[in-house]
Design a protein around this ligand. Structure first.
Ligand SMILES: O=C(O)CCC(=O)C(=O)O
Length: 248
């Protein structure tokens, strides 16, 4: 049986069932719901991002639907504690083989996917969000509730973190083009991930992934942080270097 680190190296993602205790999960869920109810800044709205299925503007029906509560690390100590927890640190140090830092420049958020007004996210690699010396970052996506196809759970293409693609395989926003037969063949090999509350999926910044809309009647909450080895620095002058990182 492969370890989760071997799985991540081979397949580009690995599910770790029951990654948080039920006590911790309860606290995370209470905090997440309170933060959403308070509409606490900073956040990103579906209407601003305009992914497929999002309300067309802030003034349209559902225009105030939150997609991400940003800055999870500074938002509440419950989130910060989890993002720097010994279990995360030990896993990341073993994976990268060195000291580890958390990036606060992207992810570092509570993703909320709402029924009706929540958008779908097309195929992409998360490296589009960052500029680092090496394309080697790992995100941890913690499911605070059940995640499956019906409520907009994640899909991954196994092994895609190792594939090399010319720039024209992506569109201007760096989404993997679905109008190309060669891309479609790759997408056909994708797998949906089913997560129970408290499960985590770890994935590489070059793994192709997507997610559908939430067709259930409950908001889906996921806490997402991203890590990299200390020797892999953000490029000076880029958004990735714009915020101090967190040493684990
Ligand atoms: O939940 C989703 O829609 C996917 C989010 C995602 O892949 C991202 O923000 O990079």
């Amino acid at each position: 049986m492969q370890t989760s680190k071997q799985q991540l190296r081979d397949r580009g993602y690995a599910v770790i069932p029951g990654f948080v205790s039920s006590d911790e999960l309860t606290k995370l869920n209470e905090t997440a719901r309170a933060q959403l109810a308070a509409h606490a800044d900073p956040f990103e709205l579906e209407a601003d991002l305009k992914y497929p299925g999002a309300p067309p503007s802030r003034s349209a029906a559902g225009g105030e639907t939150v997609r991400r509560l940003l800055d999870a690390y500074d938002r509440d100590p419950v989130f910060a504690r989890w993002g720097t927890a010994p279990g995360v640190r030990e896993w990341m140090q073993a994976y990268f083989g060195e000291g580890v830092r958390m990036s606060r420049a992207h992810h570092n958020c509570l993703m909320t996917k709402h029924p009706r007004y929540g958008s779908l996210t097309n195929w992409h690699r998360d490296i589009r969000y960052w500029s680092f010396e090496r394309e080697d970052l790992v995100s941890v996506w913690l499911a605070l509730g059940r995640e499956e196809i019906n409520n907009g759970g994640l899909w991954f293409v196994p092994g895609s973190h190792r594939m090399e693609f010319a720039a024209d395989r992506f569109d201007a926003a760096r989404f993997f083009r679905t109008d190309r037969a060669d891309n479609a063949e790759i997408i056909r090999t994708s797998e949906a991930v089913r997560l129970a509350p408290g499960d985590a999926v770890f994935f590489h910044c070059n793994t192709l992934h997507s997610a559908g809309q939430n067709l259930s009647d409950a908001v889906k909450f996921s806490l997402v942080f991203t890590y990299h080895g200390r020797s892999n620095a953000p490029k000076a002058g880029t958004r990735s270097a714009s915020r101090p990182e967190v040493e684990l």
